[in-house]
Design a binder for this molecule. Sequence first.
Ligand code: PAF
Length: 280
Amino acid sequence: MKIIQSVTEMSQIMQDLRRKDQSIGFVPTMGALHEGHLALVRKSLLENDVTVVSIFVNPLQFNNPEDFLKYPKMPEKDRLMLEQEGCDVLFTPVKDEIFPPDYNQRFQLGFWDTVMEGAFRPGHFQGVARVVYRLFEIVHPHKAYFGLKDYQQFIIISKVVAPYFKDLKISGLETVREKSGLALSSRNLRLTPIQYEQASHVPELLKIAAGMLGKKNLQEIRDWFQAELSKYNELRPEYLEFAHADTLQPFVEGDAPSNYRIFVSFYAGDVRLIDNMAVQ
Ligand code: PAF
C-alpha cells in the first residue's frame, strides 16, 4: 500500500491512473477505522481497479471544539487494517494543504442544512461539503463510498457536492452494526462499558418506534421513545424524526408512510451518537 501525504503527489498519481484508464474507488474517512469503514473499502476493491482511502480529521466539521480534540486517533492501527484489506493507496494529507488560504469554495445547502444534524450542529455540513469537495478535487475518483449511518451527509454529498464532478458515482452502504444492534461508530470507543450497554438498546427502540408510524401520531411516538430512554440513566435523546428517504422532508401526519426513515440523535454520557433506519 502506498502512503501519500502530499496533495501534489496524490493529484499526479491519480491523473496518471486515469490516463491509463484505471478506475478509482475512494473511501474518505477520519480514521479510527472499524468494520463499517472496511465494508466500504471491500466494496470499492470489488468495483474498481484502484482503491484510495483518505484519513483526515476535518476540523471544519466539528461544531464542538472538544469533540474535535477528543476524536479518537490511531494511525498505526488504521494503516495495518487497510494493508490487510488490500487497499492500494492511503492518503493522509495535512490541514494546510487541504485548506490553503485561497480555498474559498462554499455551498448552498438550503433545506438539507436546516433539519436534524443541520439544525443541531451549525456549520457541520458546510465543513463536510468543503472537505469532501476538496478531496474529490484531489483524488478525482470514479466512485466514492459512504456509510448510511450518516444518512443526511450522504444526501448532501450526493445532491450538492457530487454534481460538480461529472463522472463521479456516489455509493451508500447500509450501516454495519454490532451483534447488539448498536451502529458502528468511531465515537463508540469513547463510551464506558455502561454507556455502551445502554446505547445498545437504542436500535431496538428505534425499530419499534418506526413500526408505530402511521398507527400513532408523532407526539405519541416521541413521548414513548423519550419514556423508554429515560429508563437508562446515561442516555438522553436529542431528536427523533421521520423524514423522507430522498428529500429528508419531515413526515406529515396523514401521509402514506412509504419510503421514510427514522432518525435519532442521543447522548450516552457526553458522547453524541446518531442512528437511522428505513421504516418498513
Ligand atoms: O463520514 C466521515 O467520516 C466524514 O464526515 C468525512 C466524509 C470523511 C468527511 O470528513
